[in-house]
Write a protein that binds this ligand. Structure first.
Ligand SMILES: C[S@@+](CC[C@H](N)C(=O)[O-])C[C@H]1O[C@@H](n2cnc3c(N)ncnc32)[C@H](O)[C@@H]1O
Length: 277
Protein backbone atom coordinates (compact mmCIF):
# COMPACT_ATOMS: atom_id res chain seq x y z
CA UNK A 1 0.00 0.00 0.00
CA UNK A 2 1.26 3.54 -0.80
CA UNK A 3 2.12 5.69 2.14
CA UNK A 4 -0.41 8.50 2.36
CA UNK A 5 0.43 12.17 2.51
CA UNK A 6 -1.36 15.46 3.01
CA UNK A 7 -1.00 18.78 1.21
CA UNK A 8 -3.23 21.65 2.32
CA UNK A 9 -3.69 24.32 -0.33
CA UNK A 10 -5.45 27.68 -0.49
CA UNK A 11 -7.79 28.74 -3.26
CA UNK A 12 -7.43 32.47 -2.55
CA UNK A 13 -10.39 34.81 -2.15
CA UNK A 14 -11.18 35.13 -5.85
CA UNK A 15 -10.45 31.54 -6.80
CA UNK A 16 -10.27 31.83 -10.57
CA UNK A 17 -7.56 34.48 -10.37
CA UNK A 18 -5.90 33.60 -7.07
CA UNK A 19 -5.42 29.85 -7.05
CA UNK A 20 -1.76 29.03 -7.73
CA UNK A 21 -0.55 26.60 -10.41
CA UNK A 22 1.01 24.55 -7.60
CA UNK A 23 -2.35 24.23 -5.80
CA UNK A 24 -4.03 23.27 -9.07
CA UNK A 25 -1.42 20.57 -9.67
CA UNK A 26 -1.92 19.07 -6.20
CA UNK A 27 -5.71 19.07 -6.58
CA UNK A 28 -5.41 17.23 -9.92
CA UNK A 29 -2.74 14.80 -8.71
CA UNK A 30 -4.25 13.82 -5.36
CA UNK A 31 -6.13 10.53 -4.85
CA UNK A 32 -8.58 12.30 -2.55
CA UNK A 33 -9.51 15.98 -2.47
CA UNK A 34 -11.43 17.48 0.45
CA UNK A 35 -12.49 21.11 0.30
CA UNK A 36 -14.10 23.94 2.25
CA UNK A 37 -14.75 27.10 0.30
CA UNK A 38 -17.00 30.14 0.61
CA UNK A 39 -18.76 30.36 -2.74
CA UNK A 40 -20.08 28.36 -5.68
CA UNK A 41 -17.54 29.66 -8.16
CA UNK A 42 -14.73 28.33 -5.97
CA UNK A 43 -16.56 25.03 -5.54
CA UNK A 44 -17.08 24.67 -9.31
CA UNK A 45 -13.42 25.49 -9.96
CA UNK A 46 -12.37 22.64 -7.64
CA UNK A 47 -14.91 20.20 -9.08
CA UNK A 48 -13.72 21.01 -12.59
CA UNK A 49 -10.19 20.05 -11.55
CA UNK A 50 -11.32 17.03 -9.53
CA UNK A 51 -14.92 15.91 -10.10
CA UNK A 52 -14.75 13.42 -7.19
CA UNK A 53 -13.65 16.09 -4.68
CA UNK A 54 -15.66 16.00 -1.44
CA UNK A 55 -16.84 19.01 0.52
CA UNK A 56 -16.34 19.21 4.28
CA UNK A 57 -19.27 21.65 4.53
CA UNK A 58 -21.67 18.86 5.58
CA UNK A 59 -19.81 18.48 8.86
CA UNK A 60 -21.28 21.79 10.05
CA UNK A 61 -24.62 21.11 11.70
CA UNK A 62 -27.08 23.27 13.59
CA UNK A 63 -26.57 22.76 17.30
CA UNK A 64 -23.28 20.88 16.90
CA UNK A 65 -20.43 22.59 18.77
CA UNK A 66 -17.90 24.10 16.39
CA UNK A 67 -14.98 22.33 18.08
CA UNK A 68 -16.63 18.95 17.33
CA UNK A 69 -16.95 19.92 13.65
CA UNK A 70 -13.30 20.96 13.59
CA UNK A 71 -12.21 17.68 15.15
CA UNK A 72 -14.24 15.75 12.56
CA UNK A 73 -12.63 17.75 9.74
CA UNK A 74 -9.20 16.97 11.16
CA UNK A 75 -10.11 13.27 11.44
CA UNK A 76 -11.34 13.15 7.81
CA UNK A 77 -7.99 14.42 6.54
CA UNK A 78 -6.00 12.17 8.88
CA UNK A 79 -8.08 9.05 8.04
CA UNK A 80 -7.56 9.50 4.27
CA UNK A 81 -3.80 9.69 4.77
CA UNK A 82 -3.75 6.67 7.09
CA UNK A 83 -5.57 4.72 4.35
CA UNK A 84 -2.58 5.39 2.09
CA UNK A 85 -4.20 8.13 0.01
CA UNK A 86 -2.34 11.10 -1.43
CA UNK A 87 -4.69 13.66 0.10
CA UNK A 88 -5.19 17.30 -0.78
CA UNK A 89 -7.33 19.61 1.37
CA UNK A 90 -8.34 22.92 -0.22
CA UNK A 91 -9.45 25.85 1.93
CA UNK A 92 -10.44 29.30 0.70
CA UNK A 93 -8.09 32.21 1.19
CA UNK A 94 -4.86 31.20 2.86
CA UNK A 95 -5.45 27.64 4.14
CA UNK A 96 -3.67 28.37 7.41
CA UNK A 97 -5.55 31.56 8.29
CA UNK A 98 -8.57 30.81 10.51
CA UNK A 99 -8.37 27.16 9.55
CA UNK A 100 -7.65 25.28 12.77
CA UNK A 101 -8.38 21.75 11.39
CA UNK A 102 -5.75 22.13 8.67
CA UNK A 103 -3.01 22.95 11.16
CA UNK A 104 -4.22 20.23 13.54
CA UNK A 105 -4.20 17.55 10.81
CA UNK A 106 -0.69 18.48 9.70
CA UNK A 107 0.62 18.37 13.27
CA UNK A 108 -1.02 15.01 13.97
CA UNK A 109 0.16 13.39 10.75
CA UNK A 110 3.74 14.56 11.22
CA UNK A 111 3.85 13.00 14.68
CA UNK A 112 2.72 9.74 13.05
CA UNK A 113 5.57 9.96 10.51
CA UNK A 114 3.53 11.01 7.46
CA UNK A 115 4.47 13.76 5.05
CA UNK A 116 2.16 16.70 5.60
CA UNK A 117 2.56 20.30 4.50
CA UNK A 118 0.72 23.50 3.71
CA UNK A 119 1.07 25.78 0.70
CA UNK A 120 0.32 29.47 1.20
CA UNK A 121 -2.65 31.14 -0.47
CA UNK A 122 -3.95 34.68 -0.87
CA UNK A 123 -5.84 35.68 2.26
CA UNK A 124 -8.44 38.39 2.81
CA UNK A 125 -5.72 40.36 4.61
CA UNK A 126 -3.47 40.19 1.54
CA UNK A 127 -6.34 41.59 -0.55
CA UNK A 128 -6.91 44.31 2.04
CA UNK A 129 -3.27 45.41 1.87
CA UNK A 130 -3.58 45.68 -1.91
CA UNK A 131 -6.99 47.37 -2.12
CA UNK A 132 -6.52 49.83 0.74
CA UNK A 133 -2.94 50.63 -0.25
CA UNK A 134 -1.79 49.60 3.20
CA UNK A 135 1.80 48.59 3.81
CA UNK A 136 1.91 46.86 7.21
CA UNK A 137 5.54 47.92 7.56
CA UNK A 138 4.75 51.65 7.55
CA UNK A 139 3.12 51.92 10.97
CA UNK A 140 3.04 48.28 12.07
CA UNK A 141 -0.07 46.14 11.97
CA UNK A 142 -2.12 44.15 14.47
CA UNK A 143 -4.52 41.43 13.40
CA UNK A 144 -7.12 39.81 15.67
CA UNK A 145 -10.33 37.84 15.56
CA UNK A 146 -12.87 40.45 16.74
CA UNK A 147 -14.54 38.49 19.54
CA UNK A 148 -11.24 37.13 20.83
CA UNK A 149 -9.80 40.65 20.76
CA UNK A 150 -12.47 41.88 23.18
CA UNK A 151 -12.78 38.75 25.33
CA UNK A 152 -9.05 38.74 26.00
CA UNK A 153 -9.16 42.51 26.64
CA UNK A 154 -6.39 43.31 24.16
CA UNK A 155 -5.12 46.85 24.33
CA UNK A 156 -4.58 47.94 20.74
CA UNK A 157 -1.52 49.98 19.88
CA UNK A 158 -3.29 53.01 18.42
CA UNK A 159 -0.12 54.07 16.61
CA UNK A 160 -0.31 50.94 14.42
CA UNK A 161 -2.97 49.63 12.04
CA UNK A 162 -5.60 47.30 13.47
CA UNK A 163 -7.37 44.56 11.51
CA UNK A 164 -10.36 42.77 13.04
CA UNK A 165 -11.62 39.54 11.47
CA UNK A 166 -15.10 38.06 11.67
CA UNK A 167 -16.87 41.21 12.92
CA UNK A 168 -20.19 39.91 11.55
CA UNK A 169 -20.19 37.10 14.08
CA UNK A 170 -18.98 39.29 16.92
CA UNK A 171 -20.28 37.99 20.22
CA UNK A 172 -22.06 35.06 18.59
CA UNK A 173 -21.53 32.08 20.77
CA UNK A 174 -21.82 29.84 17.73
CA UNK A 175 -18.74 27.93 18.82
CA UNK A 176 -20.56 26.57 21.82
CA UNK A 177 -24.21 26.61 20.83
CA UNK A 178 -26.33 27.92 18.01
CA UNK A 179 -27.45 31.12 19.70
CA UNK A 180 -26.81 34.50 18.17
CA UNK A 181 -26.32 37.54 20.35
CA UNK A 182 -26.23 40.83 18.52
CA UNK A 183 -23.41 42.50 20.36
CA UNK A 184 -21.60 44.72 17.90
CA UNK A 185 -22.31 47.69 20.20
CA UNK A 186 -20.07 45.96 22.76
CA UNK A 187 -17.24 45.97 20.21
CA UNK A 188 -17.85 49.67 19.51
CA UNK A 189 -17.77 50.53 23.24
CA UNK A 190 -14.63 48.49 23.73
CA UNK A 191 -12.83 50.19 20.83
CA UNK A 192 -14.03 53.60 22.04
CA UNK A 193 -11.84 53.17 25.12
CA UNK A 194 -8.86 53.56 22.81
CA UNK A 195 -10.06 55.45 19.71
CA UNK A 196 -12.20 58.60 19.41
CA UNK A 197 -15.78 57.75 18.45
CA UNK A 198 -15.36 59.77 15.24
CA UNK A 199 -12.30 57.72 14.24
CA UNK A 200 -13.08 56.40 10.79
CA UNK A 201 -12.64 52.72 10.07
CA UNK A 202 -13.11 50.75 6.89
CA UNK A 203 -15.55 47.88 6.38
CA UNK A 204 -13.61 45.93 3.81
CA UNK A 205 -14.79 43.12 1.52
CA UNK A 206 -12.42 41.76 -1.09
CA UNK A 207 -14.02 40.93 -4.43
CA UNK A 208 -14.73 37.22 -4.77
CA UNK A 209 -15.52 37.31 -8.47
CA UNK A 210 -13.55 38.50 -11.50
CA UNK A 211 -14.49 42.02 -12.54
CA UNK A 212 -16.13 42.93 -9.21
CA UNK A 213 -14.93 45.82 -7.05
CA UNK A 214 -13.92 45.65 -3.41
CA UNK A 215 -16.27 47.08 -0.77
CA UNK A 216 -14.44 49.81 1.16
CA UNK A 217 -16.98 51.65 3.29
CA UNK A 218 -15.49 54.20 5.67
CA UNK A 219 -17.66 54.87 8.73
CA UNK A 220 -17.03 56.60 12.06
CA UNK A 221 -16.56 54.12 14.91
CA UNK A 222 -19.75 55.46 16.51
CA UNK A 223 -21.78 54.31 13.47
CA UNK A 224 -20.37 50.81 13.19
CA UNK A 225 -23.29 49.22 15.05
CA UNK A 226 -25.70 50.44 12.32
CA UNK A 227 -23.48 49.42 9.42
CA UNK A 228 -24.07 46.31 7.30
CA UNK A 229 -21.65 43.52 8.11
CA UNK A 230 -21.49 40.26 6.20
CA UNK A 231 -19.49 37.03 6.52
CA UNK A 232 -17.04 38.60 4.04
CA UNK A 233 -16.46 41.77 6.13
CA UNK A 234 -13.15 42.58 7.77
CA UNK A 235 -12.56 45.81 9.71
CA UNK A 236 -9.54 48.02 9.23
CA UNK A 237 -8.77 50.77 11.74
CA UNK A 238 -5.98 53.12 10.71
CA UNK A 239 -3.64 54.39 13.41
CA UNK A 240 -5.03 57.29 15.43
CA UNK A 241 -1.62 58.86 16.04
CA UNK A 242 2.02 58.52 15.09
CA UNK A 243 4.40 56.72 17.45
CA UNK A 244 6.94 59.17 18.87
CA UNK A 245 10.53 58.34 18.02
CA UNK A 246 13.32 58.01 20.55
CA UNK A 247 15.63 60.58 18.98
CA UNK A 248 18.37 60.00 21.52
CA UNK A 249 18.49 56.32 20.63
CA UNK A 250 18.37 57.15 16.91
CA UNK A 251 21.39 59.40 17.44
CA UNK A 252 23.22 56.62 19.36
CA UNK A 253 22.52 54.15 16.57
CA UNK A 254 23.89 56.59 14.04
CA UNK A 255 20.45 57.18 12.53
CA UNK A 256 19.96 60.91 13.06
CA UNK A 257 18.00 61.22 9.80
CA UNK A 258 15.25 58.92 11.16
CA UNK A 259 13.49 61.92 12.68
CA UNK A 260 13.26 63.45 9.22
CA UNK A 261 11.99 60.14 7.80
CA UNK A 262 9.33 60.08 10.50
CA UNK A 263 8.29 63.66 9.77
CA UNK A 264 8.16 63.01 6.00
CA UNK A 265 6.10 59.88 6.57
CA UNK A 266 3.56 61.76 8.66
CA UNK A 267 3.29 64.41 5.95
CA UNK A 268 3.21 62.13 2.89
CA UNK A 269 1.35 59.13 4.27
CA UNK A 270 -0.72 60.28 7.24
CA UNK A 271 -1.95 57.30 9.24
CA UNK A 272 -5.69 57.93 9.40
CA UNK A 273 -6.28 58.90 5.85
CA UNK A 274 -9.46 57.44 4.44
CA UNK A 275 -10.34 58.68 0.96
CA UNK A 276 -11.84 62.18 0.89
CA UNK A 277 -15.65 62.23 0.61
C1 LIG B 1 -12.98 31.78 8.63
S1 LIG B 1 -12.15 33.24 8.17
C2 LIG B 1 -11.43 32.71 6.67
C3 LIG B 1 -10.17 33.44 6.31
C4 LIG B 1 -9.53 32.92 5.05
N1 LIG B 1 -8.95 31.60 5.28
C5 LIG B 1 -8.45 33.87 4.54
O1 LIG B 1 -7.32 33.41 4.34
O2 LIG B 1 -8.72 35.05 4.32
C6 LIG B 1 -13.50 34.25 7.69
C7 LIG B 1 -13.17 35.71 7.83
O3 LIG B 1 -12.26 36.09 6.80
C8 LIG B 1 -12.54 37.40 6.36
N2 LIG B 1 -12.97 37.34 4.96
C9 LIG B 1 -13.43 36.27 4.29
N3 LIG B 1 -13.73 36.61 3.00
C10 LIG B 1 -13.44 37.92 2.91
C11 LIG B 1 -13.53 38.87 1.85
N4 LIG B 1 -14.00 38.52 0.65
N5 LIG B 1 -13.15 40.14 2.10
C12 LIG B 1 -12.69 40.52 3.31
N6 LIG B 1 -12.59 39.68 4.34
C13 LIG B 1 -12.95 38.39 4.14
C14 LIG B 1 -13.70 37.92 7.23
O4 LIG B 1 -13.16 38.62 8.36
C15 LIG B 1 -14.37 36.64 7.64
O5 LIG B 1 -15.12 36.78 8.82
Amino acid sequence: MNKGSLVVVGTGIQTVGHITPEAVAWIKWADTVLYLVADLVAENAILKLKPEAQTLEGLYEKGKPRYVTYRQMTDRMVDCVRKGQRTCAAYYGHPGVFAYPAHAAIRKLRTEGYEARMLPGISAEDCLFADLGLDPATYGCQSYEATHFVLTRRRPDTTASLILWQPDSFGHVKALMDVQVSAIAVLVDYLAQFYPRDHRLCIYEAPMYLGCAARMDWVPLAELAEARLTPASTLYLPPAEIAPMDLELAEKLGLPSMAQVQADLARLDPPSAPPAE
